[in-house]
Design a protein around this ligand. Structure first.
Ligand SMILES: Cc1ncc(COP(=O)(O)O)c(C=O)c1O
Length: 449
C-alpha cells in the first residue's frame, strides 16, 4: 500500500510543471497590438470592430446573426427578452448551473421551474415533462462543463409542447452534439466569453440566432442607438422606442474585447483541439478507477467537449465506502503538490439559494420567482434532491498535450482512489452535495464561475 501524501507519504508530483501546461487564455503580440490600437485611437465605444467580430462569430457559429454584449449575463437576459418572455410565463432551467443562466428571468417576471440534472451533470430530459405546465414557454439548457445536453430528446419535447429553447453555451463554445455545433439548436443561444472561459475575450457575452425578430428585440434590449445607425431595426413595434434601451441598461460590449475576440476566433478551433487531445488522454488513464467518472463524451458519436471548460469529474463516494469528496480532493491536492489545486462541488443548485426562494425584486410583497404565477413553483423544488446530491470535483484543465506530465497528474488521482481506505479514519467532512450553504462556501463557489 502506497502511503498517501496527505498522511506524510511522498507526493506523486515533485517537480514544477511547464508553465504552458495550464496557461489560458493564450494571448500574444497580436492581441497586444489590437488592444493598443483601440486604446490609443479611443475606439472603445465605437461599433466597427464589434460589428466585424459579430459577423465573423456568426459565420463560425453557423447562424445568421450574432450580437455582442458586455458579458454573458446580459446576453442571457437579452435572449429571454428577445423571445418575448415575461410576467406569468414559466421557463424551465437546469438546477445546477451558474446563477446568470437563470437570474435575469426574475426581472422579467418569468417564473423559473428547475429541472434535475442527469449523472453527467446536464439537463435530464426524463425529468422535463414533470416541469411542463400550460404556462411553460421556454426551456433553458446549459452544456455544463462542456458536456453537450441530450439535444435530440430535449428538442423533441420542446417541439411536442411548442416551447422555445435557449441554449446557454458559456461552457461549450464550438462543441458538437452528434456532428452539429452547440449554439445552433436554440431559437436563441447566448454565452459568456469572459476571461476564464474557453473562448476568452476579457469580458463579453454573445447572442446568436437565425430569427430576425429575435435579433432585433435583443438589439432593442441593450444595444440601442449606435447599432441602429443603419436602421437595423425594421420591426414597426420596436421603432418608436429607438434611442432608449428597452432593458433600461447599456449592454453593448466595449471594443477592446471585440478586438481580442477577432484574434481568439482565428486560433480557437486549433487550440481547443489540443485541449481535447490532452483531456481525453488524461481521462483514458482513469477509466474504470473506482469513485471516478470521467465527465466527457464518446467522440465517435460526433459529439465533443469543446474546450473542456473547467474540466470536472463526477464523484461516486459509494464506490469508496462513503469517503467525502472534500477529503478525496484534499488528498489529490497533496499528491499534486501545488502544481494544480482542485476544488469539489461545481455550482450549487440554484433552487437552494435565497435569491430564488425569497428575494422580492419589485417590492410586490411576494418572492419574485412566484410574483406573477398562479401557483407556487417553489413546491416543485422537492423533486430536485437527486441534483442536490451529486458530487463532482475539478481536475487539471490541460491546455497542451504533454503526455509525460498528464500521466503524473492522472497518477495522483489513481493513487488516492486506489488507497482511499487510508483516508476513511480522518474523514470528518459532511457530504458536499450541491446545496447553497451560505458564506461558509462562498470562497469555494466564487472560484467556480
Ligand atoms: C453557465 C454560465 N452562464 C452564464 C455565465 C455568466 O457570464 P458572465 O460572467 O460573462 O456574465 C457564466 C459565467 O460566467 C456561466 O458559467
Amino acid at each position: 500500500m502506497e502511503k498517501l501524501a496527505l498522511l506524510g507519504g511522498q507526493p506523486v508530483i515533485t517537480e514544477k510543471c511547464p508553465e504552458d501546461l495550464f496557461k489560458w487564455p493564450i494571448y500574444t503580440k497580436e492581441e497586444d497590438d489590437a488592444v493598443l490600437d483601440v486604446v490609443h485611437n479611443n475606439k472603445f465605444s465605437g461599433t466597427d470592430i464589434t460589428i466585424k467580430f459579430q459577423d465573423e462569430f456568426a459565420k463560425w457559429q453557423g447562424r445568421k446573426y450574432a450580437l455582442a454584449f458586455t458579458n454573458g449575463t446580459m446576453s442571457l437576459a437579452a435572449a429571454m427578452f428577445s423571445l418575448g418572455l415575461g410576467a406569468g410565463d414559466e421557463m424551465i432551467c437546469t438546477a445546477k448551473t451558474y446563477w446568470a443562466t437563470a437570474a435575469p428571468a426574475q426581472w422579467l417576471g418569468i417564473s423559473l421551474v428547475f429541472c434535475n440534472i442527469n449523472g453527467m451533470m446536464s439537463m435530464d430530459p426524463n425529468d422535463l415533462e414533470r416541469c411542463i405546465t400550460p404556462r411553460t414557454r421556454a426551456i433553458m439548457v446549459v452544456h455544463y462543463f462542456g458536456y453537450p445536453c441530450d439535444m435530440d430528446a430535449i428538442m423533441a419535447i420542446a417541439k411536442k409542447h411548442n416551447l422555445y429553447v435557449i441554449e446557454d453555451v458559456s461552457h461549450a463554445q464550438g462543441g458538437l452534439y452528434h456532428g452539429r455545433k452547440l449554439g445552433t439548436f436554440g431559437d436563441v443561444s447566448a454565452m459568456s466569453l469572459m476571461s476564464y472561459k474557453s473562448f476568452a475575450c476579457g469580458e463579453m457575452g454573445i447572442l446568436v440566432t437565425d430569427e430576425r425578430r429575435f435579433y432585433e428585440r435583443a438589439i432593442a434590449y441593450g444595444h440601442y442607438e449606435r447599432n441602429n445607425e443603419n436602421n437595423i431595426i425594421e420591426s414597426e413595434d420596436l421603432k418608436p422606442y429607438y434611442h432608449i434601451a428597452l432593458g433600461g441598461v447599456k449592454g453593448r460590449v466595449n471594443q477592446v474585447c471585440s478586438a481580442i475576440g477577432l484574434i481568439q476566433l482565428k486560433y480557437y478551433d486549433e487550440r481547443t483541439a489540443e485541449i481535447r487531445k490532452a483531456m481525453n488522454y488524461f481521462w483514458d488513464k482513469l477509466e474504470g478507477v473506482p469513485g471516478i467518472v470521467p465527465l466527457r463524451v464518446d467522440e465517435s458519436t460526433g459529439s465533443n467537449m469543446a474546450g473542456f471548460y473547467a474540466a470536472h469529474g463526477v464523484y461516486r463516494s459509494e464506490e469508496l465506502e462513503g469517503l467525502s469528496v472534500k477529503r478525496f480532493v484534499e488528498a489529490v491536492n497533496a499528491e499534486m503538490n501545488g502544481q494544480f489545486v482542485s476544488y469539489e462541488g461545481g455550482n450549487y443548485c440554484l433552487n437552494t439559494h435565497p435569491y430564488f426562494q425569497t428575494f422580492d425584486a419589485l417590492h410586490l410583497g411576494k418572492p419574485s420567482r412566484i410574483a406573477f404565477s398562479d401557483r407556487d413553483v417553489r413546491q416543485d423544488d422537492k423533486a430536485l434532491a437527486r441534483s442536490e446530491d451529486i458530487d463532482c470535483y475539478m481536475v487539471p484543465w490541460f491546455k497542451k498535450f504533454r503526455p509525460e506530465w498528464i500521466d503524473l497528474f492522472a497518477q495522483a488521482y489513481r493513487k488516492v482512489a486506489l488507497n482511499y481506505k487510508q483516508l476513511l479514519p480522518g474523514d470528518t467532512h459532511r457530504k458536499a452535495g450541491g446545496r447553497w450553504y451560505g458564506n461558509e462556501n462562498e470562497a469555494i463557489q466564487e472560484k467556480k464561475d
